[in-house]
Design a protein around this ligand. Structure first.
Ligand code: C2E
Ligand code: MG
Ligand code: MG
Ligand code: MG
Length: 288
């Protein structure tokens, strides 16, 4: 194949590949140091009950304050950390930090933590979670674990067992980004999960009939199966009105309510609102 493409082309690709490999090697080296150097930070984004306007949960979202590159997105960090086998250490840090942070919030507010498939399928995931609750003192019912459909694909029986044990422990499971993956509707009733987060791609073109019907159908189905329903990525009042209209969607999350903000800021927000509706001036504050 290289021969057919001609020597020049081959060299071009080889150099480019070498550059990519080198960049990747540097990223991995940096990532290894980042935990020890305390370059990771958790931001938090509220989930709001659509009826009461109260913040029910804040989702922890990873940020990497790289000394040279600046803020690095979790989308660039998590897959590399998975490949490197660093996800277990990183995930442990995220979980414990998030549980400790939640202890500083009003009692009615929970914390949601994202688990990547590898992290979810690590051998001692249950002891990891139990231990994080123990060291932080956080009651299990204030922890929500967000998994994606890809975590449900492998080893179905084992996955089912883990979810059941988490449920027995009192931890809630939330199915994140629903509708982006394989979207087998059977997941919704085959696995014990308490919440579905409908992906924000469902909001695209929501002002026309078909997408709205689709979103409402998925929401209705999830609600009928006894799950709480969240819509992610709400950015406008029009979107909020459309999804609130039939009362099926229980919570909303998105820039309209608040962007993900640093821990100090979410603490201020929660204490200012004392579990009440986010005051309008605070919405302006956190979404700016
Ligand atoms: P996710 O769990 O679905 O989180 C929601 C993402 O959508 C966040 O991006 C959030 O900032 C963004 N978002 C929230 N509201 C809006 C909105 O109204 N409009 C738009 N356009 N975007 C909105 P972020 O923080 O960059 O995280 C991206 C993904 O990285 C997350 O998607 C999650 O899959 C992953 N991730 C983030 N933190 C962690 C973590 O601690 N552990 C693991 N395993 N994955 C994480
Ligand atoms: Mg999430
Ligand atoms: Mg999500
Ligand atoms: Mg998403």
């Amino acid at each position: 194949r290289a021969k057919a493409d001609g020597r020049g082309t081959f060299c071009f690709f080889r150099d480019e590949m070498a550059a990519t490999v080198e960049a990747r090697r540097i990223l991995e080296l940096d990532l290894r140091k980042a935990l020890a150097n305390e370059e990771f930070e958790l931001f938090y984004q509220p989930l709001v009950n659509l009826k009461s306007g109260k913040i029910t949960t804040c989702e922890a979202l990873l940020r990497w304050n790289h000394p040279v590159r600046g803020t690095v997105s979790p989308i660039d960090i998590i897959p590399v950390a998975e490949d490197m086998g660093l996800i277990v250490d990183l995930g442990r840090w995220i979980l414990r930090r998030a549980c400790m942070e939640c202890m500083k919030w009003p009692e009615g507010v929970s914390v949601a933590v994202n688990f990547s498939p590898q992290q979810f399928h690590q051998r001692d995931v249950l002891s990891e979670i139990r231990y994080a609750l123990e060291v932080s003192g956080l009651p299990a019912h204030r922890l929500e674990i967000e998994i994606t459909e890809s975590s449900l694909l492998r080893n179905t029986q084992l996955t089912h067992d883990i979810l059941s044990q988490l449920h027995a422990l009192g931890v809630r499971i939330s199915l994140d980004d629903f509708g982006t993956g394989y979207s087998s509707l059977s997941y919704l009733h085959n696995f014990p999960m308490q919440k579905v987060k409908i992906d924000r791609s469902f909001l695209e073109g929501i002002d026309s009939d078909r997408p709205l019907t689709l979103l409402r159908g998925v929401a209705r189905l999830s609600a009928d199966l006894g799950m709480a329903v969240v819509v992610e990525g709400i950015e406008t009042n029009e979107q909020l009105e459309l999804i609130s209209a039939d009362g099926t969607v229980t919570e909303g999350q998105g820039y309209l309510f608040s962007r993900p903000v640093p821990a100090v800021r979410v603490r201020q927000l929660l204490n200012a609102s004392h579990g009440r509706r986010i005051p309008d001036d605070q919405i302006a504050l956190v979404s700016s």
